[in-house]
Design a protein around this ligand. Structure first.
Ligand code: FDA
Length: 406
């Protein structure tokens, strides 16, 4: 005889724990199932170990989805301020780092302990580590075949996340269950991920690993399928980092979610200067070598790389250079267009773009419109936030609304 519950949540990560705690607090008998040995590894490693647990400015404009309006309802019903109230209730010290990003003062372990405590207070039952072998729909609920025997629940919530960082337990279970019940998927791909480059156009930049600078970055065309779907998306001013295999840093992670393979990204290496105009203007007054002028504005090794890539000698005299040549160089600095070879993939991606197609879900409850009692929340669904605490806010908000509805 299967053990009976009102609600079964598969995946005890950010969204799953939030959902279980909210449902349990409403008096539901909840079982929370996870296959991992260690609880909520993604929260633990997040934000460099300090968990950027929300963003006080989070709104629908900070998310990518084929169905951009879908996230509005959950985000408005459970806001960053609501999560912050929970953090304060548990007396967790926090600080704002940058543009509304809130981090723990001490450790991401505090957020895990907080969610675990909320689940305990709501008398959530745990099955962990526990493998799920399959789920079947019965007349009045779902039968879940697990390592710990059969479990039966009236509502089933899938909170198993996306595919990023497989070595800490990411699986495609959410997509398999969605497909089993006839829900469509939006193709998954790595997001918030470093981009890789090679080939002749990259040779001059390959030795620059370690250089970091603030840039403005956009998708080359601005017409990508994903760029279209987030208002104001596709242009970020953040730090860029040269790596051994390509480009990383917040600017690149942000744009990677908008990038479409085969298309260029556009980097403005000096967003506060019109390089061509300034170089042309300096021709008559500055009797300097080109390299020396540029190193006032950019790291010297980057200047070497840029001049090499543009076939210019560092000791070329500014005064001797035709305006057209300086305009071309200005373009290469203010509008550096490069086509990534690929990305570092799920191994390094912070999130997975795509997932369960939200057009098949209710935005008020996260329940599948055509499959009563089956819910999908968190990163498993096709809602992906920018870098900066937005993805956790989506996990909390979608977990909350499902927890209220199950
Ligand atoms: P999450 O991945 O948290 O949880 C899924 C759970 O399901 C896991 O516990 C897993 O073990 C379990 N599971 C998977 N398959 C299963 C199966 N077959 N059977 C049973 N259980 C299964 N976001 C942010 O807002 N601020 C930040 O600072 C960071 N930092 C960050 C750093 C790094 C390195 C990464 C990889 C990611 C981030 N993120 C982030 C993103 C954030 O971690 C992510 O969006 C949320 O954890 C998603 O929450 P979910 O609950 O949907 O999935």
């Amino acid at each position: 005889m299967a053990k009976q519950f009102d609600v079964a949540v598969i995946g005890a990560g950010a969204a799953g724990m939030m959902c279980a705690a909210i449902a349990g607090a409403r008096g539901k008998r909840v079982v929370l199932i996870d296959h991992a040995d260690k609880l909520a590894e993604k929260i633990r490693i997040s934000g460099g170990g300090r968990c950027n647990f929300t963003n006080i400015n989070a709104g629908p404009q900070n998310f990518l989805s084929e169905n951009p309006h879908f996230c509005k309802s959950a985000l408005s019903r459970y806001t960053a301020q609501d999560f912050l109230a929970l953090v304060k209730k548990h007396r967790i010290g926090y600080h704002e780092k940058h543009r509304g990003q809130l981090f723990c003062n001490e450790s991401s372990e505090q957020i895990i302990a907080m969610l675990k405590a909320e689940c305990s207070a709501a008398e959530v039952n745990w099955r962990m580590p526990c493998k799920v072998h399959g789920v079947t729909k019965e007349l009045d609920g779902y039968l879940i075949d697990t390592d710990h025997g059969d479990l039966f629940a009236g509502s089933l919530v899938i909170a198993t996340g996306g595919l990023s960082i497989p070595k800490i337990g990411a699986t495609d279970l959410a997509y398999r269950i969605a497909t089993q019940f006839g829900l469509p998927l939006v193709a998954a791909r790595p997001g918030l991920v470093p981009l890789t480059f090679d080939g002749p156009g990259w040779e001059a930049f390959a030795p620059l690993a370690g250089i970091a600078l603030e840039v403005e970055v956009s998708t080359g065309s601005g017409k990508g399928k994903h760029a279209r779907n987030a208002k104001g998306g596709g242009l970020f001013r953040e730090d860029l980092l040269f790596t051994h295999r390509g480009l990383s840093g917040p600017a690149i992670l942000q744009i990677s979610s908008y990038w479409e393979p085969g298309t260029p990204i556009m980097v403005n290496l000096l967003p506060d200067r019109d390089v061509a105009e300034e170089l042309i203007g300096a021709k008559t007054t500055v009797k300097k070598q080109l390299g020396n002028v540029l190193t006032q504005w950019l790291p010297a090794r980057l200047v070497d790389g840029l001049l090499l890539a543009n076939g210019l000698a560092p000791d070329a005299r500014l005064a001797d250079m035709p305006d057209a040549r300086l305009r071309k160089l200005g373009d290469a600095i203010n509008r550096w267009a490069i086509v990534p070879t690929g990305s570092e993939g799920y191994r390094k991606a912070e999130v997975t773009l795509g997932g369960v197609d939200t057009r098949a879900l209710s935005q008020q409850t996260m329940m599948a419109k055509d499959v009563p009692g089956l819910y999908f929340i968190g990163e498993a669904v096709d809602v992906t936030g920018w870098l900066g605490g937005y993805n956790f806010q989506w996990a909390w908000a979608s977990g909350f609304v499902a927890g209220q509805s199950v």
